[in-house]
Write a protein of this length. Structure first.
Length: 109
C-alpha cells in the first residue's frame, strides 16, 4: 500500500493562502525517498526506527526515534532513507504550502 498517510490538511485562517499538512511516511527496511524539495517549510520527526537525512550543502545526519529536523523552503533534500536494512522506520512531517501547491516535487538538476 501507499507508505504515506495524511492525518491533517488544514487551511490556515491566520495566514491567507497557506495550508498546513501533517502526514506520516513509512519506510520499509532499506528504502529511500528520491531527491526532492518542498515549496514551504518542513518539520520532520522520527516516530520509529532511524532515518538518514541530508539537505543540499550539508552533511548527512542520522535521526532516531524522538529526534526532529527543519527544512527551509525549496532546499533540496538530497538523501532521506531508512538507516536500517532490517528494521522499518516511520516519520511524521508537518509541511506548509500555498493553496494548490504540491507537497513536494522532484529535485531540480
Amino acid at each position: 500500500g501507499d507508505p504515506t498517510s495524511i492525518l491533517i490538511k488544514q487551511a490556515l485562517p491566520d495566514i491567507e493562502g497557506r495550508v498546513a499538512t501533517v502526514l506520516t511516511v513509512h519506510y520499509a527496511p532499506g528504502t529511500a525517498s528520491d531527491p526532492h524539495q518542498h515549496p514551504g517549510s518542513v518539520f520532520g520527526y522520527v516516530l520509529e526506527g532511524a532515518m538518514v537525512s541530508q539537505l543540499d550543502g550539508e552533511k548527512p545526519v542520522t535521526y532516531t526515534a524522538g529526534q526532529s529536523w527543519y527544512e527551509p523552503p525549496g532546499q533540496t533534500h538530497v538523501v532521506l532513507r531508512n538507516a536500517s536494512h532490517e528494521e522499518s522506520a516511520k516519520i511524521l512531517l508537518f509541511i506548509l504550502t500555498q493553496e494548490g501547491e504540491p507537497l513536494k516535487s522532484p529535485a531540480k538538476p
